[in-house]
Every structure is written in structure tokens, then in C-alpha cells.
Design a protein around this ligand. Structure first.
Ligand code: FAD
Length: 318
């Protein structure tokens, strides 16, 4: 069976969930081989436990000291060593940049932001959700080795013990060390999951009425272990950080559950959340367009409904 290269996204060696989802998808189209730029003692185990038949590890200071090019060099070295039938990346900003650079180097076509992947007679077929999720397309790369980036939450994480660990030898090109990272400022942690990767997202909009009311949204999010999102109206008003904006000009999320509180459902907001598996909305206007796409809709005042929902979730969790 052909091998499929999977780029490992990690934070200080801790493998991120979208990579484990990629391994599930890779198993549909071949045998996953993970390529990791994390210290060898940290990443292999979760990768091997989730179906990577081989884990290629390259540990070098260049990965942290410079921008993405050393990682492109590492993936290219793995590509040359493995001759895979496809190369998969998570659809993060970094994943997409590395994928694009690799595709140019190896003369391949690239598909970005896939939401599903399946085996096809002439190569893997990727599903994308395009034009504000108004259309679903299925496409495949027709030139070279398919390079495909996949959005978080596109597949379940499945355990599948496999795996041997091998050291990958990488020699870095001159351009890899062209831009040095001189300092890093860690983002302040909220203790909540990352918005784009979260399985549940609870978002607030203009209906929340002010920054001082956002704790109502946060309380529901925390009861569900969810990330907090916001509409552009809410972030433009300064009620919530821009990094939490969901939509066309914000983040695209595709969680198992999306709860919209006080959000009307403008097309630009829908563009960022329409592929969520289950959508719930609370809005006091029964005519709000968000109700056209919900699985469950509550017509009511969010300040009455959301706290009750939070209490109910807490009570059921015991
Ligand atoms: P509104 O449309 O004002 O809706 C507020 C809703 O809250 C109403 O439906 C109201 O009935 C309800 N409500 C009020 N009070 C309560 C209450 N107490 N309880 C329950 N419900 C209540 N928007 C985004 O979100 N993300 C984007 O990325 C984005 N990008 C854009 C890009 C461009 C180029 C443009 C032109 C616009 C973009 N927008 C984006 C803006 C978008 O068009 C809408 O203006 C915005 O989404 C509206 O946010 P909202 O739903 O919170 O506010």
C-alpha cells in the first residue's frame, strides 16, 4: 500500500489534535508516515498510537530559530526518502505555507482547506466547502504528488497502534536561515481550547449588548469545555478580541457543535461556521436568518436562555 506523508503540527513537542485527525484520513488513502520536527522523545508515541506506520523525526535548533523554511526542507527530505502518494498538512497558517512551498518545490498541485478525503481511482479526492459554504466541491490533484491541507475537525481521532520511529537526516538550504526569529511572546492563555480546533464553539454577537455581558457566553462555553467566538459586530464594538472573530474575515471553525447567541446570521458570519456539524442559535427575533441553518433554534432573550442552558449542562455533568 502506498505511503502517505503527514506533517506533524505540535506545540513544544505536544502533538495537536488536527494531526491525529490527519492520520485517520491518511489511513483511508494509504499507510501514514508522520514527519515531525519535534524532539524525538516527545512526539512518536501519540503518532504511532494513532496509525503512523513510521515516524520520521528531525530534531534541529533551526526549526525554532528561523521561520518555516527549515520545516519545508525537512518535509522535502521526507518526501524524497518516502516517495509518498500524497502529502497531508493541517490547514493552519503555518501548515498551508509549508504545503504551498513544498508543492512549488516538487512541482505538484495543491488543494487547501479540505473538509474530507477519500481514496479515488486516480488519487485522493478532497471535499471542500466553498463560497461561504454555499457549495461543496470534490476535486483531485492532476499534477504530481497531491499536496492537501485539511481543516481541523474534519475527521474523528481514531486509535490504531502501529509504528516504528526513524531519524530523518535533513540538511538545510541557505534560504532556510534567511529570517531569524529574535523573540517570541506567548499568547495569553484563557485555558479554553483553540478556536479553530475546538470541538464546541459558543459565540456571542451584537445581541450580547456589551463587553460586560460576555461572561454569560463564556460561562456556557466553560460548562461545555468550548472555545468562545464572536461576530464581527461584537469585536468591532470592542467587546471581545479580534482573534476570536468567526467569519469571512475572521476564523473559520467547523466544530461538532456551534452555539450562536445574539447573532443574526449574516452571510459573512455564516462563511466561518456553516460547516459546523450541529448548529444551535438563541435569538429573540424569530425572523433572524441564522434560523435558516440551525439544527436547534430557540426564539428568546439570550440573557434568560443561555444561563438556564449553562445550569442545565452543569447539572447533567453532575
Ligand atoms: P446583528 O446583525 O446586529 O445581529 C444581532 C442579533 O442579536 C439580532 O438578530 C438580534 O435579534 C439579536 N439579539 C439582540 N438582542 C438579543 C437578546 N437579548 N437575546 C437574543 N438575541 C438578541 N461578520 C462576522 O460575524 N464575521 C466576519 O468575518 C465578517 N466579515 C465581514 C466582511 C465584510 C467584507 C463585510 C462587509 C461584513 C462582514 N461581517 C462579518 C459583518 C456582517 O455583515 C454582520 O454585520 C455581522 O455578522 C453582524 O453581527 P451580529 O449578528 O452580531 O449583529
Amino acid at each position: 500500500m502506498a505511503e502517505v506523508l503527514v506533517f506533524v503540527d505540535h506545540v513544544d513537542g505536544a502533538v495537536r489534535k488536527p494531526t491525529l485527525e490527519l492520520l485517520t484520513l491518511a489511513r483511508r488513502i494509504g499507510e501514514p508516515v508522520a514527519v515531525s520536527s519535534a524532539p524525538v522523545q516527545r512526539t512518536p508515541r501519540p503518532l504511532a498510537e494513532h496509525g503512523a506506520v513510521r515516524v520520521l523525526t528531525a530534531d534541529a535548533p533551526e526549526f525554532a530559530d528561523y521561520l518555516v523554511v527549515p520545516k519545508v526542507d525537512a518535509v522535502q527530505a521526507a518526501y524524497e526518502a518516502v516517495s509518498p502518494s500524497a502529502v497531508l498538512f493541517p490547514s493552519s497558517a503555518e501548515g498551508k505555507e509549508i504545503a504551498a512551498r513544498l508543492a512549488v518545490r516538487i512541482g505538484s498541485g495543491i488543494i487547501t482547506d479540505a473538509v474530507d478525503l477519500e481514496a479515488g481511482e486516480e488519487g485522493p479526492v478532497a471535499t471542500q466547502s466553498v463560497f461561504a459554504a454555499a457549495f461543496t466541491t470534490r476535486s483531485r490533484v492532476s499534477r504530481g504528488t497531491p499536496v492537501i491541507t485539511v481543516k481541523p475537525n474534519s475527521a474523528a481521532v481514531e486509535a490504531a497502534p502501529a509504528g516504528a520511529v526513524e531519524v530523518l537526516q535533513v540538511s538545510f538550504s541557505e534560504r532556510a536561515t534567511g529570517t531569524k526569529v529574535v523573540s517570541r511572546t506567548p499568547r495569553e492563555s484563557t485555558g479554553r481550547p483553540d478556536l479553530t480546533e475546538a470541538a464546541i464553539v459558543v459565540s456571542g454577537g451584537r445581541g450580547v449588548g456589551g463587553a460586560e455581558n460576555f461572561p454569560v457566553v463564556e460561562a456556557l462555553a466553560d460548562s461545555l469545555g468550548a472555545a468562545v467566538g464572536a461576530s464581527r459586530a461584537a469585536v468591532d464594538a470592542g467587546w471581545y478580541p479580534h482573534t476570536n472573530q468567526v467569519g469571512q474575515t475572521g476564523k473559520t471553525v467547523s466544530p461538532q457543535l456551534y452555539v450562536a447567541a445574539g447573532i443574526s446570521g449574516a452571510i459573512q458570519h455564516r462563511a466561518g461556521m456553516q460547516t459546523s456539524k450541529t448548529i444551535v442559535a438563541v435569538n429573540k427575533d424569530a425572523e433572524a436568518p441564522i434560523f435558516d441553518l440551525v439544527d436547534y433554534g430557540v426564539v428568546g432573550d439570550l440573557f434568560e436562555v443561555v444561563p438556564q442552558l449553562t445550569e442545565e449542562v452543569k447539572a447533567r455533568k453532575g
